[in-house]
Design a protein around this ligand. Structure first.
Ligand code: PLP
Length: 390
């Protein structure tokens, strides 16, 4: 029997990127000393009132089939939220509700590009982007994100990679894994490039509420960009609610109409009780996000301080998000080797930077979603490990 080409294209792009994490999970069962700093799972529960809202909604009978686009309550709340961000007229027709940013992005890529097309993506990038893009048959074209530019996309780097196959730029600011953020000047530089080359902008804004001190900005705020922008997001990070799987796509109404049949044939809508809870969540300022970003910023500073004297590695203070990158300045130690040996000898699990693209090599990523005292311990063991290998 034969399988589709899709299965070959993505065969190495699923769990292979998370092998250190998976091994740590296994070891942890028998070893409570393992400290897991791999994935971005919030260390808080979602607010009680959201769980209560879900429960009340289920009890009231909101457990039937939904439609393909999304429940009225949620579409209205989304329209309100996004109207404040753009001068374009926003209505319920601009949204498609899907289970999380992940599926929203998958559906978007499937609907905008096809085999042989190219999507420009800042490198390093979120580990699943490659699999999503390859699923569609398109290719991920990496654009280097450099520390000296605060991990922002540089105009020249983008122009060098444009070909007649380029179809879209995938932005992810606030950025995972670097914690970089977008500035208005970065967006202004994109206007000419996307117009001349007729590119879509896909903007993954899942970390919108986790910027430490500056303001969030979206391509939706520049009218000429907004028309060609498809935003994907969710409540996974903003409300510490990844398990609810509640996300959406925002785009021009004609784009959403084109995407609708895919949502209808794949999912036939998502859960009405999840939609009611999400409508409530996004209509109120998230106290959970405020607490998380305070915690994550403090923990990132703690790591910078604790590892300041450790030679041959250098933490890079993020401006947002749930992670901190550490630059490895070690000969004979790739990020992969570092991560595996750190796990085996010190019981600390970190993500090797190459899971996030070629530009991630020589970096490791630590999650900030564990308590301060555990992070302090992790830093001590990382320091010990580095001293032993140099
Ligand atoms: C950049 C980025 N996009 C998307 C996702 C997935 O988000 P969701 O839980 O909304 O599917 C993540 C999860 O870590 C992420 O880091």
């Amino acid at each position: 029997m034969k399988f589709s080409k899709l299965t070959d294209r993505i065969s190495q792009l699923g769990s292979d990127k998370w092998l250190v994490h998976l091994e740590a999970r296994k070891l942890k069962k028998n070893n409570p000393n393992i400290i897991e700093l791999t994935i971005g799972e919030p260390d808080q529960l979602p607010p009680n009132e959201l769980i209560q809202k879900c429960y009340e909604s289920m009890i009231s009978g909101r457990t039937k089939y939904s439609n393909g686009r999304g429940e009225e309550s949620l579409l209205e709340a989304l329209a309100k939220k996004y109207q404040s961000r753009t001068s374009l007229k926003v209505s319920k027709n601009n949204f498609l509700c899907l289970p999380g940013t992940q599926t929203a992005l998958f559906a978007t890529v499937m609907c905008l590009v096809e085999e042989g097309d190219e999507i420009l993506v800042g490198d390093p990038y979120y580990a699943t982007y490659e699999g999503i893009i390859k699923s569609s048959g398109a290719n991920l074209i990496p654009i280097p994100l450099r520390e000296e530019h605060d991990f922002s996309l540089q105009e020249n780097d983008i122009r060098k990679k444009i070909t007649n196959k380029s179809k879209a730029i995938l932005l992810n600011y606030p950025h995972n894994p670097t914690g970089g953020i977008l500035k208005k000047k970065d967006l202004s530089k994109l206007v000419d490039i996307v117009e001349k080359n007729n590119l879509w902008i896909i903007s993954d804004e899942v970390y919108e509420e986790l910027i430490f001190s500056e303001d969030f900005i979206s391509p939706l705020e520049i009218e000429s960009l907004a028309k060609r922008t498809v935003v994907v997001s969710s409540i996974s990070k903003s409300h510490a609610a990844p398990g609810f799987r509640s996300g959406w796509v925002f785009a021009q109404a004609d784009v959403i109409n084109k995407m609708l049949p895919l949502a209808e044939t794949m999912l036939f809508g998502n859960q009405p009780f999840i939609a009611d809870m999400t409508a409530y969540a996004i209509s109120n300022k998230s106290k959970t996000a405020i607490k998380m970003k305070t915690d994550y910023e403090r923990r990132a500073k703690l790591i910078c301080k604790k590892l300041a004297k450790t030679k041959n590695i250098r933490p890079i203070m993020p401006k947002s998000g749930m992670f901190i990158l550490i630059k490895l300045e070690l000969k004979n130690y790739s990020d992969e080797k570092f991560a595996w040996e750190l796990l085996r000898t010190e019981g600390i699990a970190v993500m090797p930077g190459s899971s996030f693209g070629l530009n991630g090599k020589d970096l490791i990523r630590l999650s900030l979603t564990v308590p301060d005292n555990k992070l302090e311990k992790a830093c001590e063991r990382i320091d010990e490990f580095v001293r032993n290998i140099v």
